[in-house]
Design a protein around this ligand. Structure first.
Ligand SMILES: *Cc1c(COP(=O)(O)O)cnc(C)c1O
Length: 425
């Protein structure tokens, strides 16, 4: 890791400043909630986490999250806080920002958004006014809640127009994106999705945005970790603003981030604080810094490429089991499968898979009303599974969805999970 943290020496050596977190103490003080946490750790270790948005963050990230920086108020930005005593908070945020900029080649980074949705809210706040038109992937095709859902601020405050995908190929229909942009003259175009298994063509989105004078916002919440590891193209050279989460493939703490060029830096910063948030969660900011440090390593680049290779093996295996795979495969960690040919829809499939210990989501399919299933390989890859394990998981999927002997499947899934503990030792 090229960045070293200048720790205050007395803080490291003094026994008075030993880290106070102690799970044993929690267990004694509050067995009720400690029991919940232990049971959740057990659930994560005994079942397969195939929710595309989930991952196992490292013990180092968890240590930063459980640190006393959680106690610190730090409204504002490093060197310009509304509170005293922010020296270490400033240092943590400066390190996080510096690492994010280096990792993604961005001119500016804001690491304060509490979540991916807060990052998107701030991006809209920086660039748009209520009532403006925004062109984004329609929700039935994989747009996120923040891309115009009626129950979300985005749908309430902006005029969203949705683009779709070609019903046969499942791929973004760029001719339609362009036609809608020319007809509706949006103030911003959003690219990014919760279930699109291919890379958006950022250059093409940039051209369309330029043609109609729109901002281009890339909501890269899902692929940000692949981008960090060089396993997916980066939107940074093309988009005016890139929003992301830090907890998906990127494997950091739950949270959001925003990247942009220098010319929008001040507007983005003011849109995060004070417009959409108060004090940043500095323990999370420190944990983001730890995750960015991890993501700079060759081991993480290898991980990101493995995640994609694993998704491809899983997609091919599911196809052999009879599932229809949208876009006929994947370039990312995401696989979207239609279990229709096996005689069930996504909801029944998910129920059976979860009963067998394979935890995942349903999602919209690019055609018709039936739901499919969406899975991701970020977590199983973090826990050290390999391509043979992915092929085995595909077979277990087929058996579970066909409702073969759930008890036997549950046992096999558990053995597979236990061979690859997320937190060994
Ligand atoms: C996950 C995601 C978000 C929101 O992240 P939260 O942290 O859950 O608020 C926003 N946009 C896209 C495309 C996502 O995949």
């Amino acid at each position: 890791m090229p960045v070293t943290t200048p720790a205050a020496p007395e803080a490291v050596s003094s026994p008075d400043t030993a880290m106070p977190q102690d799970f044993g103490a929690l267990l004694r003080q509050d067995p009720e909630i400690a029991g919940v946490l232990l049971a959740e750790a057990g659930r994560q270790a005994n079942t397969l986490q195939l929710i595309a948005a989930e991952n196992f963050t490292s013990p180092a990230v968890l240590a930063a999250l459980g640190s006393p920086l959680a106690n610190k108020y730090a409204e504002g930005y490093p060197g310009a806080r509304h509170h005293g005593g922010c020296e270490q908070a400033d240092e943590a945020e400066r390190i996080a920002v510096r690492r994010a900029m280096a990792l993604f080649g961005a001119e500016h980074a804001n690491v304060q958004p509490h979540s991916g949705s807060s990052a998107v809210l701030a991006a809209y706040a920086a660039l748009l006014r209520p009532g403006d038109t925004v062109l984004a992937m329609g929700l039935p095709y994989g747009g996120h809640l923040t891309h115009g859902a009626p129950g979300n601020f985005s749908g309430r405050w902006f005029e969203f127009v949705g683009y779709g995908v070609d019903p046969d190929s499942g791929l973004i229909d760029y001719a339609q994106v362009r036609a809608l942009a020319r007809a509706r003259r949006p103030k911003a175009i959003v690219c990014g999705s919760i279930s699109y298994p291919r890379h958006p063509d950022y250059e093409r989105f940039r051209d369309i945005a330029d043609e109609v004078g729109a901002y281009l916002i890339a909501d890269a919440a899902h692929p940000m970790g692949l981008i960090a590891g060089g396993a997916a193209p980066s939107p940074v050279p093309y988009a005016d603003v890139v929003c992301a989460t830090t907890h998906k493939v990127l494997r950091g703490p739950r949270g959001g981030m925003i990247l942009c060029g220098v010319e929008l830096a001040e507007r983005i910063d003011r849109a995060v604080f004070p417009f959409t948030q108060g004090g940043a969660q500095m323990h999370t900011v420190a944990a983001k810094a730890v995750a960015f440090g991890e993501a700079e390593t060759p081991a993480f680049a290898l991980y990101a490429h493995q995640v994609v290779a694993h998704a491809r093996v899983l997609a091919a295996g599911l196809e052999a089991e009879g599932f229809d795979i949208t876009t006929d495969g994947t370039d990312t960690h995401i696989v979207v499968a239609d279990p229709g040919p096996l005689g069930v829809d996504g909801r029944t499939a998910r129920e059976r898979l979860v009963a067998a210990g394979m935890v995942l989501d349903t999602c919209a399919l690019p055609y018709g009303d039936a739901r499919g299933i969406r899975l991701g390989t970020a977590a199983v890859t973090t826990q050290g599974m390999d391509e043979a394990d992915m092929a085995r998981i595909a077979v277990l999927f087929g058996a579970a969805v066909r409702d073969d002997d759930p008890e036997r499947l549950r046992t096999e899934v558990r053995e597979l999970a236990e061979r690859n503990p997320p937190y060994p030792g």
